[in-house]
Design a protein around this ligand. Structure first.
Ligand code: ARG
Length: 562
């Protein structure tokens, strides 16, 4: 039940001539202090329309308002209409609703089954999986689950960076200095070394750059040797990426990378030509974008294609194959210009669906306040970071709960959970400071804290031999109210997270729920309660359900014990 809507409905009955219902709903606030009620409607905007003081409008409204029975009291204070819910009734009905709906609680139907494609992770082969790609992976994975929760059908796409001039360079470097044996052993480390060496040597000997260009040209022209090497590099890289995805529990519906579009680009160029959008510039082909924005490069002087060309082909292909009217691209904010150009070119091509394409940018991962860079081989290897997190979690468990069964699995869930939550708890546009110690705390605003709270709720239910019975829950104590109100807010957090492409809405929500539950737990005897034991346990159960679902939306596992 959405109590805010009920309140909005009642207000609208009185304000039909002044405001539309949507607007009424949006104006409603949730007061921070309980003495100001559960919802408040500010009358300041109405003052101009009615030509009356807000105070007066509020008391008129309070008097006329016809509220449904679940509202207990209405007051006019300082230009606001404050309403109070009947805590006993509402608590019973909210907790019962959660328990009945289980993991469907908070499910919305905003999408109505509409398809949305989400392009995320998308690392570059023959290079380490960077922190930026980790951010994209974690944010995209969460956005995919959030979109599903909002009623969309999601297609998860890993647009691998497996094509481009850098592979020409890599092949050139391999031909000069490569060692097959070594690459088989540690593919990404060795390939990165070759890449770095190439750039170092090219500073002394610029002819290497031409050599690299030549190899890329051969690759694009289907040269057998070039192609075989490329394929080998790709396979080896994918093996390493897959082990990271497995660690994180991330899956994709498609891993068609840039190379997949090689045979689809002629058509794009032809379409651009037909629409008279192509221009020659210094021997290259470009499309003009907008005043003050650089043109979009489609083909280089030597006839090779570019990142943008492949993205054009990919966007058109996806629309054709999946019928998607909406697409998200979860990519760092340094690519903002690229996506602006891409969307503009598609718009100029006359594709109306280009309006549904959205770049979802995010900030950088910092170490000691500085950007973590792949250049020059100075990288923190992601796999090592995750393994380190898991082993720290293992230590934590050994200290705190040495008799825990299945420690390895739980350590895995907690370690990766810590890394994921640390990334998602702040708005994605903020830079993230990387610190394993901070991530793995069991207290404060961390993933393990939320997981721990869930485990605590599970343990209470276990110890109580709790049985589900959601009929006729009568809450007589008002200590539960803060928790119930938090539970009521979940559907809204789900909606907001989708609308803003913002997993931090869910992260903040689960933190708040965990905190309010822990407060309740500190103040109330549950296991040996004399009165209202079933109510208390049902509340614990509802919290357990919603914490678990919230964590699921973020990509965190919820161990029952830790
Ligand atoms: N591989 C690219 C990079 O690492 C990201 C690709 C993002 N997706 C896309 N459709 N352009 O920078």
């Amino acid at each position: 039940m959405d109590y805010q809507s009920l309140f909005a409905e009642a207000l609208y009955q009185q304000l039909r001539d002044q405001l539309d219902q949507e607007k009424v709903y949006q104006l409603i606030e949730k007061p921070k202090f309980t003495e100001m009620g559960d919802f408040a409607f500010p009358c300041f905007e109405l003052a101009k329309i009615f030509r009356k003081a807000p105070n007066q409008i509020a008391s008129d409204l309070a008097e006329k308002l016809e509220l449904p029975p679940l509202f207990e009291k209405v007051e006019a204070v300082g230009g606001y209409v404050n309403v109070f819910l009947d805590q006993t009734e509402v608590s019973g009905s909210v907790v019962a609703e959660v328990i009945q709906a289980k993991d469907h609680y908070g499910t919305m139907n905003h999408g109505n089954g509409e398809v949305i494609t989400i392009d995320f992770s998308s690392p570059n082969i023959a290079k380490p999986f960077s922190m930026g790609h980790l951010r994209s992976t974690v944010i995209g994975h969460s956005l995919a689950r959030i979109a599903e929760k909002n009623g969309f059908e999601v297609v998860r796409i890993n647009h691998l960076g497996d094509w481009g001039t850098q592979f020409g360079k890599l092949i050139a470097a391999y031909k000069l200095w490569g060692n097959e044996e070594k690459i088989r052993e540690k593919p990404i480390k060795e390939l990165l070394k070759l890449y770095v060496q190439f750039h170092d040597e090219a500073e002394r000997d610029p002819s290497l750059i031409d050599e690299g260009r030549l190899w890329f040209k051969r690759l694009e022209d289907g040269d057998q040797e070039a192609h075989a090497l490329w394929e080998w590099f790709r396979d080896e890289s994918l093996k390493e990426f897959n082990s990271i995805y497995e660690l994180l529990g991330v899956t994709f519906d498609s891993t068609q990378g840039e190379a997949f579009y090689n045979d689809k680009m002629d058509r794009v160029v032809q379409l651009l030509e037909e629409k008279k959008l192509l221009e020659e510039s210094d021997g290259a082909l470009v499309v003009q974008t907008a005043e003050g924005m650089p043109p979009c490069l489609i083909k280089k002087k030597d006839g090779t294609t570019l990142y943008a060309t492949r993205d054009l082909a990919a966007a058109i292909y996806r629309h054709e194959i999946y019928g998607s009217e909406r697409s998200l691209y979860v990519v760092g904010n340094e690519q903002t210009l690229h996506f602006k150009q891409l969307f503009l070119v598609l718009e100029k091509m006359g594709y109306e669906w280009s309006q549904g394409l959205k770049h979802v940018p995010f900030g950088m991962m910092l170490k000691d306040g500085k950007k973590m860079s792949t250049r020059k081989g100075k990288v923190v290897l992601l796999e090592e970071v995750l393994k380190e997190a898991v082993s720290l979690a293992q230590q934590n468990i050994a200290d705190k709960n040495p008799s825990l069964p299945d420690q390895e699995r739980v350590a895995h869930q907690v370690g990766t959970g810590a890394v994921i939550f640390h990334d998602l708890k702040n708005h994605r546009l903020n830079d993230v400071e990387f610190s394993l110690d901070a991530m793995l705390k069991f207290e404060g605003e961390t993933g393990p804290y939320v997981q721990y709270t869930h485990a605590r709720a599970s343990s209470i239910l276990r110890k109580a031999s709790y049985r589900v019975n959601a009929a006729q829950l009568m809450f007589s104590d008002d200590t539960a109210w803060a928790v119930v109100k938090c539970l009521m807010g979940f559907p809204e957090a789900v909606t907001r997270a989708f609308e803003g492409n913002d997993p931090s809405q869910i992260a903040k929500y689960v933190l708040e729920l965990a905190k309010s539950f822990n407060q309740y737990y500190g103040n109330v005897r549950i296991l040996d309660a004399v009165e209202g034991r079933q109510e208390k346990l049902s509340l614990v159960h509802a919290v357990q359900i919603v914490l678990k679902e919230g964590m699921y939306l973020l990509g965190l596992e919820a161990p029952e014990e830790m």
